[in-house]
Design a protein around this ligand. Sequence first.
Ligand code: IDP
Ligand code: MG
Length: 134
Amino acid sequence: MTIQKTYTMIKPDGVRNGHIGEIVNRFERAGLTVERMELGEVTAEQARENYKEHEGKPFYDGLISYITSGPVVKMVISGDGAVAKCRSLMGATNPAEAAPGTIRGDFGLIMDENVIHGSDSPESAEREIAIFFG
Ligand code: IDP
Ligand code: MG
C-alpha cells in the first residue's frame, strides 16, 4: 500500500453544469477519501502557478482566464495510489478521446473545458496542494 495525497479540482464548467456530487461520489466509490474540500475562486496568481509548465503555449492565456472564470471545487484526495487512481477516474485530457465511464468521457465536451484537474505525480500533488491550501 502506498497512501498518497493528490490535488483535484472540479473546473468552472463542472461546477456550473451541476456535476459536483457525481464526481465526489465517484472518488469515494473508488475507495478514496476526501480530506479537504472548498468551493471558491482561483486567483490569477494561483492559476499561473498551477499551470506554469504550459506558459507560452497557444492555449495558456485562455486556460488562465477560463480557470478563473467562476467557482471551482478544490480538493485534497487521499488513498492507496491516489494520484494515478484519480487520473484514471478523470480520463484523457481531451473529452473527445476520454473513455466512457470516466469523468471527462461522461461530462466533458471540449478540450478547453474538460471538467476536472488532477495532479500528474506525487511531486505535482505536493506543489499544487501548497498553491491552493497553503
Ligand atoms: P491534464 O489536465 O490532463 O493534466 P495538460 O496537458 O496538463 O492536461 O493540460 C492542462 C490543461 O490545459 C488541460 O486540462 C486543458 O484544460 C488545457 N489544455 C491542454 N491542451 C490544450 C489544447 O490543446 N487546447 C486547449 N486547452 C488545452
Ligand atoms: Mg497536467
